[in-house]
Design a protein around this ligand. Structure first.
Ligand code: FAD
Ligand code: FES
Ligand code: FES
Length: 1261
């Protein structure tokens, strides 16, 4: 068999259309092929590594032997094009569109508000679509499995699950939305939740966010059929080898096993590629390269399951000798794995497996174990014991000594304690072991053994039919250790105030209107920056970033890079014609101050060529001192940008007067924005007058315009920045977006070509910074009845290498350390630390999530010391009354805070459930539950007063249609939807008559960032102003013809030469804070709320399950309850991630390890509380914002801390088991490692601490 010269034609179908590729490149994945070659941009790039599901498409294949069509959902980013020979690909465009008809899956996700930014939506749709193609009435378990690999950063998943649940057979919800009939509400009423909803005729409470009546049923007959041509092709397929050849790689599909074996002996180094989920990421992220790939798709022996008595041709055991190194097995290079033989277990043999991961689904395990024991017949004497552990070394580790020495021993307490000692000897991890968490991982090994021990006892009991076989009695309280968590998909109710009466039928103000772009999100028609077709001669910009945290750049050598194919030029700081430094240095010139510092860029004719050339740029460095990475480093070196202090009352005197004092601290880790669309920009230089057009995923187009103009040295009037929509931002697309736009603009200026720059997920995470890690140290003076009278709190925020928004963030932290509590005497200080990390920036909540976590830490400590429940201490200290006063003497009406608190207590049935939690804890030793309710208070508005302004532009055309623009950007938060509701209400015309195309600096100048929850407050008012001006102009014609239509009045106005174009402007409130005096205001108004969460933890593994969360938020009079509730659920989920699972890991040299969804876990559908209830406080008014609404898109991030403190409550119950009743430190996020190590017991005590001098794998920054 020779592969010389031949190249087969690759034939497959996409959405029913035949594709023939003469030169299919084995290096090319399906995703770029769909997006760039076929211009099918509905399928999105989110991570490129199989970790997010944004690129999900369906692949269908015909099995000629079984005469069956099989459908699979795959990640297009990891599917090599060559794998598709004979397959049919269906993308989101193929199942429905607004031009033809939309598919029920698309319709449901849109209409149930399951789409916000819409970037994940096509992937969600295609996962569900594939499930339905295989099974039109799937079970809830299948739905859960189907969504496990799809991440959404916006919605919190509940509405997506609600959309898709409708297709399921035995849904755990009735799906009836009528408040009288819904099972949520039936249950809710039993719990006393809705007791109040009926008491008032003035305020009707509603819970119907969407109507199911008008949703189309699934009709299988309407689906795309599998192409008959492909069936014929499969039937007639010759049994021969197929070869596809690319620039650097060859792809061979052997005809049968013999040929495969022959190939393997000829090319022993060529890997077998099956799913490409291992080879693909290794090639993409680790630089592995294989000149030849063997794809054994046609080797039937590798695709079947058989029940036989024997294994393959050479049988090797899956024992301690199987793995010979990291990712290496004892298979010889020329061998292949033909079959896996799994023997049935025998009587008296017990085999169990254990794993703990950082997320329950779609995550590699931290430690896993496989254990088996065989007993001598009818006894508890061990005949054979084998235990293998993963995650504790480069290969699977066999606990040899332990397994051997315990043979012939009785399965009892003595064996247990000796097993733990021997295991710890067998499995020794150095303190600096890759993966970190050494003590936790060692503890897990013995905790797993304990679970094994207990489960084996249970099975022995079952086998022998005796309660206490061999005289060993396992207490009932211990048994829950053996039951794994089961997870149900989230459900819950959403409650809001119905709008009042005298509205026109088309007036949507206050109605749960669907997101304007939702259908387009679901069909893949919504256009994001990278979906814009290539411009003539367009170049791609790839960035070169620093690999050192603090160093002098000695030289930049791009000679090799510039000779690579397709490379156009290098862009360095010398190429910048204007200002080289804006808010930050645009490109680093001489000294790098973090890993990921942008140094230069390479422009080439394609992304692949630009990336390859960027990797070939050689930079030499000279390391500089000091290296300041952690908050402790910064404190030690006094490396601060600035600090702010607030004092009120007399703290020293209050400490004297206090009954007791306590001290403590908490560290809150940082957070990655993880917007699904990475930073994206397209710069199009114009041929005249130095004009330049920029399409950019920025929340602050004006800033991008200013930075680009400054960098190019041209006036702002030559730069137009346009934003149609952004695939999520959360504060992360303000500063860095502008800098990336500026670098791309310099490249466009230098080359005279259009330049596109789309960051890869890993680059984005490395470069962009995120939420500030914060250390809070406190001293509290309190009375024994729980009243807190003095608080001295000092916070340190890790700002990174540039100041960015850090000063404003620390001001927010300091001014919110009172959270919802009145503490008469305070001294609150905050430092911004300058470190050698990428600069941290704005992130939803803007410091306030860290502030609440610190405050609730000392509240919990006071409760513990006083022997009171935490909610009692909270209640005692809550602000009260109409004239509450903050430490900076801002007077506010706090009454809604108390109302939210009381509503939440009632809605959550807090007191009853607290008793149930205690009962559960008394009955269970190794599983504990915890419950916590916290008050929420979030300031709204920019503390930088000048930003509280907005503009709008309104054009009315002769036909009566309206084109509206304003200064805010749409990033999934439903701003444009709300704005159209405002305009429709003001102009008294339906929303469908008004169009909002995009945000552009050319239409509305000098805009503020869309941030600080103020998008609707500011832009809504500007739009209202524009509408009112226009209405005034139409007034005479309306007066003259009162029965006329909008179109009549517009026509009349036109004929009378009245301008039908107007601007609107809003001058927002002056928010002034005098930090010298410590007086003023930091926000326009407060959003209040309360959140109650219940969790269950596994004390032995640190795993936890979110059982239920109830959130009450004072959203004022909501303009769109569906959007507001969506924001609350999404923000809560982000807070849940922040406080319980999202962990950034840095090396001791400042390199970020967590650069993608594989290493960094954001909440997935399995992490959402099984019951998530949200209620908007009725009867709330807010004179400070449009139509008495409130900006609520950030407040619920704070609610995530209710889960954190519920976990702490559960841990406290575990600690009480061994007599530890005092307060203790729990740092955020409460990962399995944090939880396990805080649940001190006999196992944690057996594991020695790491040596303090040892260099850990990862550091806490
Ligand atoms: C997002 C994501 C999440 C993941 N999560 C997990 C997880 O939770 N747990 C986990 O264990 N893994 C996980 N993985 C890793 C991966 O899915 C598994 O390793 C998977 O089993 C690889 O299968 P594949 O067919 O895709 O491998 P491929 O990449 O196609 O091949 C893998 C290797 O197997 C070799 N090979 C294939 N067939 C044979 C054969 N017959 N004989 C000899 N060698 C052969 C190939 O040469 C290659 O070296 C994850 C991967 C991704 C991308
Ligand atoms: S899974 Fe393919 S882009 Fe994330
Ligand atoms: S809507 Fe899911 S990521 Fe934005």
């Amino acid at each position: 068999m020779s592969q010389q010269g031949i190249t087969d034609e690759l034939v497959f179908f996409v959405n029913g259309h035949k594709v023939r590729e003469q030169n299919a490149d084995p290096e090319l994945m399906l995703l770029p092929y769909l997006r760039k070659t076929l211009k099918l941009t509905g399928t999105k790039y989110g991570c490129g590594g199989g970790g997010c599901g944004s690129c999900t498409v369906m692949i269908s294949k015909y099995n000629a032997q079984e005469k069956k069509i099989l459908h699979f959902s795959v990640n297009a980013c990891l599917t090599p094009l060559c794998m598709l020979h004979g397959a049919a690909v269906t993308t989101v465009e193929g199942i429905g569109s607004t031009r033809t008809s939309i598919h029920p899956v698309q319709e449901y996700i849109a209409k149930t508000h399951g789409s916000q930014c819409g970037f994940c939506t096509p992937g969600m749709v295609m996962s569900m679509y594939t499930l339905l193609r295989n099974n039109p009435t799937p079970s809830m378990a299948q739905l859960q499995q189907c969504l496990a690999g799809n991440l959404c950063r916006c919605t919190g998943y509940r509405p997506i699950v609600d959309a898709f649940r409708t297709f399921c057979t035995a849904s755990n919800c009735c799906q009836r939305r009528d408040p009288e009939e819904s099972c949520h509400l039936g249950k809710a009423e039993q719990d006393g939740i809705l007791a109040e909803s009926k008491d008032s005729d003035q305020f009707q409470v509603c819970s119907q966010l969407f109507k199911t009546d008008d949703l189309l049923p699934l009709d299988e007959t309407q689906e795309l059929i599998f192409p008959p041509e492909l069936m014929l092709m499969e039937e007639r397929r010759e049994k021969r080898t197929f070869v596809f050849r690319g620039e650097r790689m060859m792809w061979i599909v052997p005809a049968n096993l013999e040929e495969l074996l022959e190939l393997k002996s000829q090319y022993p180094k060529a890997p077998l590629l099956v799913g490409n989920t291992n080879i693909g990421p290794n090639m993409k992220f680790k630089g592995a390269f294989h000149p030849m790939i063997i794809h054994p798709a046609n080797v039937s022996e590798l695709h079947s399951i058989q029940f036989t008595e024997e294994g393959g041709r050479r049988e090797i055991h899956l024992d301690e000798n199987f793995f010979v190194g990291f990712g290496k097995t004892s298979l010889r290079p020329e061998e292949l794995l033909l079959s896996v033989f799994i023997p049935f277990s025998r009587k008296w043999q017990f085999v169990l497996a254990f794993r703990q991961a950082s997320r329950r689904e779609n995550a590699f395990s931290i430690v896993n174990a496989g254990m088996q024991v065989v007993f001598k017949d009818e006894t508890n004497v061990v005949a054979d014991l084998r235990m293998f552990f993963g995650g504790v070394g480069p290969t699977t580790v066999y606990a040899k000594r332990c397994s051997k020495e315990l043979t012939n021993r009785s399965w009892d307490e003595n064996l247990l304690s000796q097993a733990c000692e021997l295991l710890l000897d067998d499995i020794s991890l150095p303190d600096s072991a890759p993966g970190g968490c050494v003590k936790f991982r060692r503890t897990l090994t013995i905790s797993f053994f304990y679970k094994f021990y207990l489960q084996v006892w249970q099975r022995l009991q079952q086998l022998l039919g005796k309660e206490d076989p061999f005289g060993v009695n396992i207490p009932e309280r211990f048994r829950s250790a053996t039951i794994p968590f089961s997870i149900k998909l989230p459900q819950g109710f959403q409650r809001f105030q119905k709008v009042v009466l005298d509205q026109f039928s088309w007036d949507a103000l206050g109605q749960p209107v669907m997101h304007l772009s939702a259908i387009k999100h679901a069909t893949g028609e919504a256009v994001y920056c990278d979906d814009i077709p290539s411009q003539e001669g367009e170049l791609f910009l790839a960035l070169v970033t620093s690999t050192r945290a603090h160093a002098k750049i000695v030289s930049i050598d791009a000679s090799e890079a510039l000779h690579l194919p397709g490379v156009f030029d290098i862009i360095t700081t010398q190429d910048i014609p204007g200002k080289k430094i804006g808010m930050e240095e645009i490109l680093c010139g001489s000294e790098v101050t973090c890993v990921g510092h942008m140094i230069c860029g390479i422009v080439a004719d394609s992304q692949l060529h630009a990336k390859m050339a960027a990797a070939a740029v050689k930079i030499t460095y000279e390391d500089l001192e000091p290296l300041v990475l952690t908050l402790e480093d910064a404190i030690q070196h006094k490396s601060f940008y600035d600090h702010f202090k607030l004092e009120n009352g007399d703290v020293d005197a209050a400490f004297e007067k206090a009954d007791q004092q306590l001290e403590g601290e908490i560290h809150i880790g940082g957070q990655e924005h993880f917007y699904m669309e990475t930073h994206s920009v397209l710069v199009i230089p114009k041929s005249e007058d130095g004009e330049i057009e920029i399409v950019c995923s920025t929340q602050y187009p004006t800033f991008a315009q200013t930075v680009v103009a400054d960098t190019l040295g041209i006036p702002s009037n030559r730069v137009t920045v346009r934003v149609k929509r952004i695939g999520g931002a959360f504060g992360g697309k303000i500063v860095k977006a502008s800098r990336i736009a500026a670098i791309a603009a310099v490249a466009a200026h230098k080359t005279g070509r259009s330049v596109r720059c789309i960051l890869e997920r890993g680059e984005d995470m490395l470069i962009s910074g995120g939420r500030h890690p914060v250390l809070g140290r406190y001293k509290i003076g309190y009375m024994t009845d729980g009243r807190i009278i003095a608080a001295e709190v000092t916070c340190y925020a890790n700002g990174g290498n540039k100041v960015d928004f850090s000063l404003m963030v620390i001001q927010e932290i300091v001014s919110n350390l009172d959270s919802g509590y009145y503490i008469p005497h305070v001294c609150l200080t905050g430092f911004v630390c300058k470190t050698n990390l990428p600069s941290n920036t704005a992130f939803r909540g803007f410091g306030q999530p860290q502030a609440i976590a610190i405050t609730e830490s000392w509240i919990t400590d006071v409760a513990t010391k006083c022997g009171l429940s935490a909610e009692k201490v909270r209640e005692i200290n809550l602000y009260r009354g109409q004239e509450a006063c903050t430490p900076y003497k801002h007077i506010f009406d706090s009454r809604n805070q108390l109302t939210c608190w009381n509503e939440c207590l009632q809605m959550a049935s807090y007191h009853n459930r607290k008793i149930s939690v205690e009962e559960f804890n008394n009955l269970n030793r190794w599983k504990k539950r915890g419950i916590s309710i916290v008050p929420l208070r979030k300031g709204v508005g920019f503390s930088e007063s000048a930003l509280n302004q907005a503009g709008a532009l309104l054009h009315v055309y002769e036909d009566g249609s309206v084109l509206l623009t304003h200064g805010g950007t749409e990033m999934g938060q439903g701003l444009h939807t709300k704005i159209l509701q405002v305009a429709s209400h003001e102009l008294q015309i339906p929303m469908s008559a008004i169009h909002l195309s995009e945000t552009s600096t050319g239409m509305v100048p000098n805009t503020s960032p869309t941030a600080a929850s103020s998008g609707t407050d500011l832009n809504g008012m500007a739009v209202k102003d524009a509408c009112q001006t226009l209405l005034q102009r139409l007034q005479p014609f309306m007066h003259e013809n009162p029965k006329g239509t909008w179109k009549d009045w517009v026509e009349e106005a036109f004929k009378n030469k009245v301008s039908l174009s107007t601007t609107g402007f809003f001058k927002g409130e002056d928010i002034v804070m005098d930090w010298e005096k410590g007086e003023g205001t930091t926000a326009s108004y407060f959003v209040f709320g309360a959140a109650c969460s219940e969790v269950e933890i596994d004390c032995l593994t640190g795993d936890h399950k979110n059982i239920r969360t109830d959130i009450v938020i004072d959203a004022g009079c909501s303009i769109n309850p569906a959007v507001d509730i969506g924001q609350i659920e999404g923000a809560f989920t982000q807070g849940l991630g922040l406080f319980t699972m999202e962990e950034l890991k840095y090396s001791p040299k400042g390199v970020l390890y967590t650069r993608g969804p594989t290493q960094y876990k954001i909440p997935a559908v399995c992490d959402i509380p099984e019951q998530l209830n949200v209620s908007l406080l009725p009867r709330s008014q807010n004179p400070k914002a449009i139509y008495s609404s409130k900006g609520i898109s950030e407040a619920a991030v704070l609610a995530g801390c209710s889960v954190f403190y519920a976990i702490k409550d559960a841990i406290a119950a575990a600690r009480r088991e061994i007599g530890l009743t005092g307060s203790f430190t729990l740092n955020s996020p409460s990962t399995p490692a944090q939880i396990r190590m805080a649940c001190i017991d006999q196992f944690t005590e057996m594991v020695p601490d790491c040596v303090p001098e040892s260099t850990p794998w990862a550091i806490v920054v």
